[in-house]
Design a binder for this molecule. Structure first.
Ligand code: MG
Ligand code: MG
Length: 255
């Protein structure tokens, strides 16, 4: 997996910190009655105020600066004035910013008001799986060591959070650098010790997508929105992570 220099990692983190601030602003302001288009405007303002470009806007024709995926929507929800948030909704916000030619990509899920207990378990489990899985992002490992770590963490999380989890088939993380989606594709499960070697300076966007039910999904007629086939809730957590001699380095930190 191609390596970035320490200076390039610093530049990527500058982009990633803008993403972190945009996500924090959205979470701080979300209320029942707001629309996902409102969330989009909050995030886009933070990105533009920082002198960055919202990476998602226009990406393969995508019309928003964030993906806003509510409840049974897994990823790629289009921000809309018609999607009005209610108490108990689980919102997954995915966001990217391009700054000084480098891209940061990060996502997190949070509740609008109070969530049901099983949805809290899903969300806390997905965060935990991300943080456990990214520990495999160290020089000398191979690509699917990260995939395997995510899968093992998911199965452990079922015990830890007392919840049954589905790992969404066919979606995963990716290389990232001067563009958002670069090779290689990173599956969220699989056998270890396969694929390209992780070097000092390799960067991956690591992004578990877990459900309270199925592993199967469908894309709606808008050609973007990915939903669980059985309508079960889904959560999505993502960080852009570099492998360094000192261990995994999160390039999209949230304060
Ligand atoms: Mg993302
Ligand atoms: Mg990503």
């Amino acid at each position: 997996i191609p390596a970035k220099t320490p200076g390039e990692l610093d530049a990527m983190q500058a982009a990633g910190e803008i993403v972190g601030r945009a996500l924090q602003a959205v979470k701080a302001e979300v209320r029942p009655g707001m629309t996902t288009l409102d969330l989009n405007e909050i995030a886009e303002a933070v990105i533009r105020d920082a002198g960055a470009i919202p990476t998602f806007l226009g990406y393969q024709g995508f019309p928003g600066s964030i993906c806003a995926s509510v409840n049974e929507v897994i990823v790629h929800g289009i921000p809309s004035k018609d999607v009005v948030l209610e108490e108990g909704d689980l919102v997954s916000v995915d966001c990217g910013a391009t700054f000084d030619g480098w891209v940061g990509d990060s996502a997190w899920s949070f509740g609008v008001g109070e969530l049901d207990d099983d949805v809290i378990a899903l969300n806390e489990a997905t965060e935990w799986v991300l943080m456990e899985g990214l520990k495999a992002m160290v020089p000398g490992n191979r690509l699917t060591d990260v995939s395997h770590a995510l899968e093992v963490a998911t199965r452990k999380a079922e015990q830890k959070f007392d919840v049954q989890l589905g790992i969404v088939d066919g979606y995963g993380g990716h290389g990232i650098g001067r563009t958002m989606h670069e090779d290689p594709y990173l599956a969220n499960e699989g056998k270890p010790n396969r694929g390209p070697r992780i070097q000092e300076g390799s960067v991956l966007a690591i992004e578990p997508m877990l459900t309270l039910g199925t592993v199967d999904s469908a894309v709606l007629e808008d050609d973007w929105t990915v939903v669980t086939l059985d309508g079960s809730y889904a959560a999505h957590w993502e960080h852009t992570v570099a492998a360094t001699a000192g261990g995994p380095r999160i390039l999209t930190p949230r304060r």
